[in-house]
Design a protein around this ligand. Structure first.
Ligand code: NAP
Length: 253
């Protein structure tokens, strides 16, 4: 089990799904965790879940598409716990489903604003603070759709491809400052984001998507959280600028 004892971390979008599981696992492994989300009630619930198990956590409201709120989120971590070593840039949305020729421009702007610009703003605020504290590790949550296309999802696909470039550039620029930066690329994971996209659990579309994975099933948020926490830990000390696929074999076929 990787140890995060004594580390201070933050997770965006930690009120739900993958972000919540990552926050819980980071706390279980000893980190103090800043839980950031736009959904205050859900974020506060994640904090309570961590505190019930004896871990340390604090909530901050932060919309990752807003530069001032992102700066305030990182300042909150420093003010609350005295620094920052670890960050998981996870917050994201699915966005509209439409062919590119019909894709709404406001939908494009919103998805890019959260899923791509949001990751940039978080990296921008986190990197120098983590470097100033002696170094650490950042994980950006991309997707299998950072490597391949998916119908009626051009903004999501473009943003998730862009996260690879941001990750590689940050890794190059901060390697000599002892900050590692990697991306995780989940396949389809059973979270509230999927329900919000209108995919009914157990329905025909659910089963079709399951069949696109070699393992013929959807993944769980916990199955994504484990490799994220490994990348955060010192066990991954020679890993930076890399893309880790966690997809039940989606990209293998
Ligand atoms: P989720 O269950 O919907 O959780 C995402 C959380 O982020 C929610 O609490 C959401 O709040 C919050 N959020 C939305 N916009 C935000 C913003 N502007 N600033 C801060 N927080 C914001 O989603 P998930 O499935 O865990 O997804 C987490 C990440 O994994 C996303 O980047 C997603 O693209 C990626 N991913 C997911 C899958 C999948 O199949 N689930 C696959 C590959 C990659 P609201 O609920 O209020 O929107």
């Amino acid at each position: 089990m990787p140890s995060l004892q004594g580390k201070i971390g933050l997770v965006t979008g930690a009120g739900s799904g993958i972000g919540r599981e990552v926050a819980l696992l980071m706390a279980r492994d000893g980190a103090n965790v800043v839980v950031a989300d736009v959904a205050d009630d859900h974020g506060i619930e994640t904090v309570k879940m961590i505190q019930r198990t004896g871990g340390g956590a604090a909530f901050v409201h932060a919309d990752v598409s807003d530069p001032a709120q992102v700066e305030a989120m990182v300042k909150f971590a420093v003010d609350t716990y005295g620094g920052l070593h670890l960050a998981v840039n996870n917050a994201g949305i699915g966005g509209p489903a439409a062919l590119m020729g019909d894709y709404p421009v406001d939908g494009w702007d919103k998805v890019i604003g959260i899923n791509l610009t949001g990751v940039f703003l978080c990296l921008r605020a986190e990197l120098s603070v983590i470097a100033a504290g002696g170094g650490g590790s950042i994980v950006n949550i991309s997707s299998i759709l950072g490597f391949v296309g998916f119908g009626q999802s051009c903004a999501y696909v473009a943003a998730k491809h862009g996260v690879i470039g941001l990750t590689q550039n940050a890794a190059l620029e901060y390697a000599d400052k002892n900050v590692r930066v990697n991306s995780i690329h989940p396949g389809f994971i059973d979270t509230p984001l999927v329900a919000a996209g209108g995919i009914e659990k157990g329905g025909d579309l659910w089963d079709f998507i399951a069949s696109k994975h070699a393992m013929n099933r959807w993944g769980t948020a916990a199955e994504v959280a484990t490799p994220v926490v490994w990348l955060l830990s010192d066990e991954a000390s020679f890993v930076t600028g890399s893309q880790y696929v966690v997809d039940g074999g989606y990209l293998a076929q």
